[in-house]
Design a protein around this ligand. Structure first.
Ligand SMILES: [Zn+2]
Length: 99
């Protein structure tokens, strides 16, 4: 269970996940405010990652992103194919009704 710390603003911190190359997937506490309103408080919640994890996780993330991109493109193609099929059926339907 996450127990928040108190940031320099006096607010309970939030838990976020780092996706930097040096700390991929490592969680950290930070100020709940963002941008210029943030007091800049942050500190790691998880212990340091082993060098092997730091080396492997970015590659796994790239692979996941690639697979998701391919899946999204396939969904778009499927939707386009369905719409095209429907249009063809409508054109044939109108053609045979007018015949
Ligand atoms: Zn703060």
């Amino acid at each position: 269970m996450y127990i928040p710390r108190i940031c320099h603003c006096g607010l309970p911190t939030v838990l976020r996940t780092s996706w930097t190359a040096t700390n991929p997937g490592r969680r950290f506490h930070c100020c709940p405010k963002t941008g210029q309103d943030s007091c800049g408080f942050n500190g790691f919640y998880d212990p340091p990652m082993c060098p092997r994890s730091v080396q492997i996780i970015p590659g796994l993330l790239r692979n996941i992103n690639h697979v998701q991109e391919v899946a999204t493109n396939n969904e778009r193609r499927t939707t386009m194919f369905k719409n095209l099929s429907l249009l063809i059926w409508l054109v044939f339907g109108v053609y045979f009704m007018m015949k």
